[in-house]
Write a protein of this length. Structure first.
Length: 234
């Protein structure tokens, strides 16, 4: 972790995407005085599983992955974080150790807010508290969905759905590709299968004109049919 150029909360466009969107001018000014701006290089660990954080990180710009290490060090990606997302808040609120590790997927700028300051905002701003509750409930629902999918869906269905989730989460770049670069190993980790299976299925999706591939970049060409393959219903 390295120090980064300071970001002023009152002027931060990313704030509109975060739980801090409802804060007033004085509260934002107070945040700016107490936070620290930090930088994580691609691949760098932001939080270690089992650690007890002294505060939370709000991603200003970048992407991160939440993952656990299983037997023989095999990685299982749980979910992702992007601009505006808050890291470590559930451990702070519960008083428990961090249940997963978090690492930067690309060079990431974030703001660190000490624990005491987080609790002060929670106590003084009901709208912020509600946003935190909504975030926690959403993450709990997504975790339950992941468990259900791993237990009930085939690898083909899981991969198709995951590509749609990535598209919805990160959007598209200027060329229409999903705006995140993942290795085939990381994709395999997300759907709980072998790398070889992911490579084979991606080729099949490409042959069926559901997606197009250029290096690590994947473009969803036919989201409707891909949703059918993934057994995804609105």
């Amino acid at each position: 972790m390295n120090e980064s150029a300071p970001h002023i909360c009152e002027m931060c466009n990313t704030r509109k995407l975060s739980a801090f969107s409802e804060l007033g001018k004085e509260e934002l000014s107070d945040l700016s005085e107490h936070k620290a701006c930090v930088f994580f290089k691609k691949g760098q660990i932001i939080m270690h599983e089992g650690s007890r954080p002294t505060g939370v990180y709000c991603i200003h710009h970048g992407k991160a992955k939440f993952y656990k290490l299983g037997q023989e060090g095999k990685e299982q990606i749980i979910r992702f974080a992007k601009d505006g997302d808050l890291l470590g808040y559930r451990s702070i609120l519960s008083g428990e150790a961090v249940s997963v590790s978090i690492a930067a997927l690309e060079d990431t700028h974030a703001c660190f807010l000490p624990k005491a300051m987080l609790f002060e905002v929670i106590e003084n701003n009901p709208k912020f508290s509600l946003n935190i509750m909504k975030m926690a409930c959403h993450e709990l629902g997504e975790a339950g969905k992941l468990i259900t999918n791993l237990a009930q869906k085939s690898v083909t269905e899981r991969l198709a759905e995951m590509l749609l989730i990535l598209k919805e989460t990160f959007g598209e770049d200027a060329d229409g590709n999903i705006d995140i670069s993942l290795t085939r190993e990381e994709l395999a980790s997300m759907v709980g299968t072998a790398t070889e299976s992911v490579i084979r299925l991606l080729s099949k999706f490409k042959e069926d004109e559901l997606i197009s591939i250029k290096g690590r970049k994947i473009k969803v060409e036919n989201p409707v049919k891909l949703a059918r393959v993934g057994n995804v219903f609105d």
